[in-house]
Design a protein around this ligand. Sequence first.
Ligand SMILES: Nc1ncnc2c1ncn2[C@@H]1O[C@H](COP(=O)(O)OP(=O)(O)OP(=O)(O)O)[C@@H](O)[C@H]1O
Length: 341
Amino acid sequence: MSSLSAANEEQNVVTIKNLNFRYDTGAPLNINGLDCVIPANSKVILVGANGAGKSTLLRILTGVIYLGLESDEFDIAGTATPHDQAMGVAYLGGVWKRRRTGFEGIEPYSMDIAARDMMKKWQDENLERRDELVRVLGINLDWRMHECSDGQRKKVRIMLKLLRPFKLCVIDEFAADLDIFSRARFFEYLSKECELRGAAVVYATHIFDQADKWATHVAFMQLDKKLSPVHKLHDYAPYQEILARTGKDRAYCPMYVLVLEELERQYRAHSHLFDADNQCLTDVIMAEQACEKAADRHFSESGKGYESGRVARAMAIESMDEHRRKRREEEKAREILAAKA
Ligand SMILES: Nc1ncnc2c1ncn2[C@@H]1O[C@H](COP(=O)(O)OP(=O)(O)OP(=O)(O)O)[C@@H](O)[C@H]1O
């Protein structure tokens, strides 16, 4: 390891101690006593049920949320006041609007302008990085933004956001529109960037196709609004145990299994936290069950078994038969009448 990489390894990119935050005064905390330490050269998958607070944490890390934060320590890439696109912080996430106004403004990424002319000054100042991102993501700089597909537009946005070297890159489900080939190349690029400059990436996602190959750490935003430790996958026992499963228990996507089992564990431990406004994990579990039913249905409709809805379907077919029979009788009666006339 070079001395530069060795020095990079020793620094933490993020150090937060006992952070509390709530969106609305008097409402329950949305972030509760959060501790978060992210070492240099780490690629962290941030997971949690819908509504657990992942996006909220990512907005805090990137300075999008900056009011109402209370903490004992707050250091993001060497500053207590991070900003997206400043001092080494890059945020690949949706625009956050706390309260919507009637006028949403013009969406710059949908304007009739060539990709090469978007934020032209920044592109000119970072030509080498720009060209590498163009190659990695498969961008054509002549694309006109108003004619781009969602995936193409996302690629251009990623290119522009990463023009400047980052120390902390925060991704909030932003890579989901990229095709799997582009996504694989993009994650390789992020790995190289982390290694080169002791940077870190925090990636919140519900999709784990790259996670086992790419991630070095995992953190759970839990149902009690607390963040788990940022676990190093290499020595995180539950993950290693899943990797070691063989035969019929073998996990083909270990990160997916880890997250599912952890969410189930949290659900069992914290089911009392669920109320009418926060049915997040139930959604996850129900979505999973819905998938299984769909697969079962396919199986059973080939005539091999029972599945819910089959009785209703059979009754519907019967009643349609009845309807057809009556219609045929009526037609026959009309023909007889016509013949007699
Ligand atoms: N602008 C806002 N004003 C008030 N409450 C908010 C706001 N944004 C989010 N919340 C609340 O904060 C909690 C955490 O939301 P957040 O978007 O951080 O969850 P998440 O873990 O990113 O969920 P998902 O997986 O669905 O994206 C939720 O209960 C949500 O209703």
